[in-house]
Design a protein around this ligand. Structure first.
Ligand code: ADE
Ligand code: ZN
Length: 319
């Protein structure tokens, strides 16, 4: 039985398995340039973050109706249960949907329909993290936040994702300030492909509480010391880092060095349909390849609950 854990870095659109993508394409009359599951899987070869994002945004065009988003989230939750996930904080990319004519309310209602009964059906508590697309203007992020306002009871945090290099965190200073005023938690992708300076900016300008990825922080010892001292969680995604060529092979992954440095690292799956495994595979394969001790694996699982946006009573239940 997989070790109980929280998943804190999971893009719901990145859980779109080829089988479901093809089924939704047919249901919605969307033509994809792939004949079958094998043809689609063959396209899952990436040179970097951008080459992945190109396919990720293209494939999500099959998501059109409220029911599509419910089916997507439901399929993830069923798998997450098998992976030992007890709590999931799930990213979604509203702008990737509103830009192609799918309403914010359709996305949120669809996801909520699955998430609202998740605890009862799967024993998984959930939160939603609204991500701003960092390669789009800040005005669009602010408009998205406005659209989210009637639904803040359903949204735990804001995040920042998409193409990192050339889109520093400081570009979103006003959007994060507004999100903070609205009482939302704050996280951001930083230090995935981008430099350690982006991690510093996420902390100093956006005032984030967690860093998503953050692996390039290791290039800056002073930054590492700060992350350790302030106990800033890093949501690390080993399979993603290898598939997107941020790291050469799993054996080269810095996770063990991160733990040895005293960083509050957690293991997550990012976009599991695209990167070859869900969260427990990320944890067990990486642990095996890097020779992590049982104690280190338990620490990673404990870190995931510690880093989660849970109230003390719920956290105590998991720890
Ligand atoms: N969107 C989905 N997955 C992502 C990742 N790994 N980095 C940035 N944006 C993303
Ligand atoms: Zn991510």
């Amino acid at each position: 039985m997989p070790i109980p854990k929280a998943e804190l870095h999971l893009h719901i659109e990145g859980t779109l398995e080829p089988e479901l993508a093809l089924r939704l394409a047919e249901r919605n009359g969307v033509t994809l340039p792939y004949a079958d599951v094998a043809g689609l899987r063959a396209a899952y070869r990436f040179d970097d973050l951008q080459s992945f994002l190109d396919l990720y945004y293209r494939l999500m065009d099959v998501l059109r109706t409220e029911q599509d988003f419910t089916d997507l989230a439901d399929a993830y939750l069923a798998r997450a249960r098998e992976q030992g996930v007890r709590h999931a904080e799930i990213f979604f990319d509203p702008q990737a949907h509103t830009a192609r004519g799918v309403a914010f309310d359709t996305v949120l209602a669809g996801l909520s329909a699955a998430l609202d009964s998740s605890e009862e059906r799967y024993g998984i508590t959930t939160g939603l993290i609204l991500c701003f697309l960092r390669d789009r203007p800040e005005e669009e992020a602010l408009a998205t936040l406005e659209e989210a306002k009637p639904h803040l009871d359903r949204i735990t945090a804001v995040g920042l994702d998409s193409a990192e290099v050339g889109n520093p965190p400081s570009k979103f200073a006003r959007a994060y300030e507004r999100a903070s005023e609205l009482g939302l938690h704050l996280v951001a992708h930083a230090g995935e492909e981008g430099p350690p300076e982006y991690v510093r900016e996420a902390l100093d300008v956006l005032h984030v509480e967690r860093i998503d990825h953050g692996i390039r922080s290791l290039e800056d010892p002073e930054l590492v010391a700060r992350l350790v001292a302030e106990r800033i969680p890093l949501t690390v995604c080993p399979f993603s880092n290898v598939r997107l060529r941020c790291v050469d092979t799993l054996a080269d992954h810095p996770l063990r060095r991160m733990l040895d440095a005293g960083l509050l690292a957690t293991v997550n799956s990012d976009d599991p349909a695209y990167f070859g495994g869900y969260v427990d595979e990320n944890l067990t394969d990486t642990a095996a390849v890097l020779g992590l001790t049982d104690d280190q694996v338990r620490t990673l699982a404990r870190n995931s609950f510690e880093a989660a946006f849970l109230d003390d009573a719920t956290r105590a239940r998991y720890l």
